[in-house]
Design a protein around this ligand. Structure first.
Ligand SMILES: Cc1ncc(COP(=O)(O)O)c(C=O)c1O
Length: 390
């Protein structure tokens, strides 16, 4: 079956935060603003998923629900089929989203005032959650050269060796820069954390959205499993189901798994969400590959378009995610000025790099998980607006 990634759902006026709550990010957004900010997609959900959700609704009963053994088996089968990662269904736990899982991990694997290591520029909610839980953000900024990113291992070793730094939040693949870390890098990170008793929470929520030909390597698989590693993933990004609030935490070790169970207690997930996940993980392969093809095309188009119409903006096609990370540093403009030109002159909404912490200055994140025509219109507006600036 071929799927249609050229048709945009009409999300205006719906509950879609990306379209209806733009003023949360910029007070200047209006009804004509084209959004390229929130990390969800402007594509219809796969029909096999919506069919399964509708069937669940047709039961006309929404009492307390529990995940069946089959739910965990199909989740484990997906991980095996897509990444060659063998996970015992008994090591998978359900969370009501990745942020919920991160919060839970912070609570059970660190204590008040501890330092949590994050590698900036990184998904802004990491720092927000760390601070909310009374822990301290400890930055190990990534090292950028010509749009390629590396991990500063010497500094990571130094930070991990400090006894108060008890947890590391790895973003793999990394939002916003798009790196899917390599075997060598993952082994080094896991080894440093392991030697210094640092719990390694690997947020792998973007793992299915690698470029065609790139296979995601879970950090747990890279090291053959290790008790200090917890992997977070799910269908939220892959199948555009973030609003269904269901995701997974996967434990390599008993101790952290038991702490999770003690913290969470009985888990009673939403039945419609569970039906969606089961359909996604049993019938979603072809749809995801169609999506990945479309995203690859969008990246190539964006790169070529910018090279032709706004060559001062540099962009490297990342090996994962649906984010183009655009380098505006060649302009003689501040971040605030860039944001203002985007929204006031181009009338498009991106996320400015500084929101992602150190190293984000001068960059903009463009979410290109949308139809070609929406993307082209956004790029046209951007190029026209910035053509007036040096
Ligand atoms: C790296 C990363 N982690 C977590 C989330 C949020 O995930 P969830 O909606 O499952 O809480 C996002 C959303 O953009 C993300 O990019």
């Amino acid at each position: 079956m071929t799927y249609n990634f050229t048709k945009a759902p009409n999300r205006k006026g719906a509950y879609a935060g990306k379209w209806t709550a733009m003023t949360l990010w910029s007070p200047h957004a209006n009804e004509h603003t084209l959004p390229f900010w929130v990390a969800d997609m402007d594509f219809d959900v796969a029909p096999q998923i919506t069919d399964a959700m509708k069937s669940e609704i047709d039961r006309l009963t929404f009492g307390y629900s529990v995940a069946t053994p089959q739910y965990f088996e199909v989740t484990s089968a997906w991980l095996n089929r897509r990444y060659g990662w063998e996970v015992s269904p008994s090591n998978i736990r359900i969370a009501s989203g990745t942020l919920h899982a991160i919060s839970t991990m912070i609570k059970i694997a660190s204590k008040q005032d501890d330092g949590i290591i994050v590698q900036t520029p990184v998904y802004h909610k990491f720092a927000e959650l760390v601070t909310k839980h009374g822990r301290t953000v400890v930055e190990n900024p990534l090292v950028e050269q010509d749009g390629e990113y590396d991990i500063n291992f010497a500094q990571l070793e130094e930070l991990a060796s400090q006894p108060n730094n008890s947890l590391m939040l790895l973003c793999h693949p990394h939002n916003p820069v798009g790196c899917a870390w390599t075997q060598e890098e993952l082994v080094k990170v896991a080894d440093i954390c392991g030697r210094h008793n640092v719990t390694l929470v690997s947020d792998e929520i973007h793992s299915d959205l690698t470029r065609m030909g790139v296979t995601h390597l879970p950090v747990s698989k890279a090291v053959g499993g290790a008790p200090h590693i917890v992997t977070l993933n799910g269908t939220g990004k892959t199948f555009n189901l973030a609003g269904m609030h269901i995701s997974h935490a996967i434990f390599d070790g008993e101790e952290l798994r038991n702490k999770w169970d003690a913290e969470i207690g009985l888990t009673l997930p939403n039945p419609v969400s569970m039906a969606a996940v089961e359909a996604a993980y049993t019938k979603g392969d072809e749809w995801v590959d169609g999506l990945r093809n479309t995203l690859d095309g969008n990246f190539e188009f964006t790169q070529a378009y910018l090279a032709k119409h706004l060559p001062k903006v540099k962009m490297t096609i990342p090996n994962a995610t649906y984010f183009a990370w655009l380098d505006f540093r060649a302009f003689d403009l501040t971040d605030a000025q860039i944001d203002e030109i985007m929204i006031k002159e181009a009338n498009i909404l991106l996320e400015g790099g500084p929101a992602f912490g150190t190293g984000g200055e001068g960059w903009q994140r463009l979410n290109l998980a949308c139809t070609h025509s929406q993307l082209e219109e956004g790029l046209k507006r951007m190029c026209a607006a910035f053509a007036n600036y040096k």
